[in-house]
Design a protein around this ligand. Sequence first.
Ligand SMILES: Nc1nc2c(ncn2[C@@H]2O[C@H](COP(=O)(O)OP(=O)(O)O)[C@@H](O)[C@H]2O)c(=O)[nH]1
Ligand SMILES: [Mg+2]
Length: 470
Amino acid sequence: MPPLARPSRPRLWALLLTALAISVLYDVEVKRNLKLVYEFTLYRPINRDAPPDYTEMREWESRLPQHDTELPFPEGKTGRYVLFANSRAHQAGWNNKLNEMLFNTWLAHDSNRAYVFHDFIWEKTHYPWRTPANASNPLTPLTALVAGPSAGAPWDAGDSAPRAVTEVYFDLVCPKHTRRVINTRDVKPRLRHADGSVIFDAWRRLLSEAPERCIEIEAATPEEDAFPETFDIYFWSGRRSVSLWDAFKDAPVSRLLRTSPTVQAAVDANAHLFQPARPHTNTRANPLESVFSIHVRRGDFKQACLEHAALNSTFYNWNLLPFLPDKFDPPPPPPGITLLKGTNTPENEAAFLARCLPFPEAIAHKVREARREYREHTGHRLDVLYIMSNDGTTWLDALKETLRADGWNRIVTSRDLRLTAQQKDVGVAVDMDIGRQSAVFIGNGWSSFTSNVVHRRLIDGKEPISIRFW
Ligand SMILES: Nc1nc2c(ncn2[C@@H]2O[C@H](COP(=O)(O)OP(=O)(O)O)[C@@H](O)[C@H]2O)c(=O)[nH]1
Ligand SMILES: [Mg+2]
């Protein structure tokens, strides 16, 4: 092999310059790609301070007046109780658990039993702080997240149903050996495809007629039932709950549901962010009544929306109420095409993504339309926009820039809120409460967060024109 010729001086310079250019480009590209990977995995905002301490709140829970063994029937040591241990057999987002908790409390109320409440157990990927892989799942006291009969508040005056109690008190009045254990495998299979009213009635009858004072509902094994809740994800992700709306909206568990003091304090502390830029145009006491808020569900929904498309899912729970605008009918396959279960056409997938994971331009378009329609309907022009989101990436900044072009006096996002550690812990409920109180709310039809905001807005008497979906 002939020896390699030594490059001439100009060629050496050219080589060096090219190498330098490549290394600069490489550096920029690699960093950009690393950032994308980082943003994809760390899609949610992660806090660097310490998680909160709840010692005082737990003490407060333990001192609730119903924790008194001397109280007369149906409370006290002769009282009737039900623990839905099945509801915490697997972890899910706060709102997937909240809608089930409300129904379980409703069942307890209607069968004259005290609902046994317990901490919310976090899925680690949702928790606002990083949790080591070998640590147990973080917990938040229920009373930090919500108030109302599910969290121990009294029922209506004159309602003799027993109040909800903590598990510590349940252990005292219903020691393990005194409990009748009902496994979900003995109830759920025959109700698998039943309508909500049939499922509700079956459980209500079972819990009412059981003579035992103490009942624990136990989950079937994960192999038997991966979602062993009384009302599981298959139930909420379809139309079977809708027939229960009229009864649920008037049920005390729903009417008496309230914002927790922790959430209330967070909303109050940040109220100044929502003051309109021109105060003289706003004569309302509550600045949120002039806010247009949007729920931009991102992060894990990048995957969830594809799964909804593959399963051709309808909207979730109350987002399906027939009197609400912006319906979504899962598109049928094109004529002559039979789809395999769990697959969809590229066209149908695109139709799902347009509604479930909309682009900034589509979001801006929808916000413009809904703002105009609200103004036509009510005469009110809304000038403050609130973007609530679980997105922790620069995508949210880009969205804010896109929306700025539409002449909002102020645009606030979840990240602008100043929160204490406890308030950050319940940040999901803080955003929901802002959504509840806003003049207009646009949400994601497949989201249980959105569905629970829709519920509270309707209970508060907000009009359907103010409840929109992408
Ligand atoms: N702060 C905040 N958190 C959110 C928002 N959307 C989703 N999340 C987080 O995502 C988790 C899962 O959402 P979840 O409550 O299950 O509602 P869904 O997944 O939309 O049906 C929640 O527990 C929150 O931690 C939002 O707009 N704001
Ligand atoms: Mg969820």
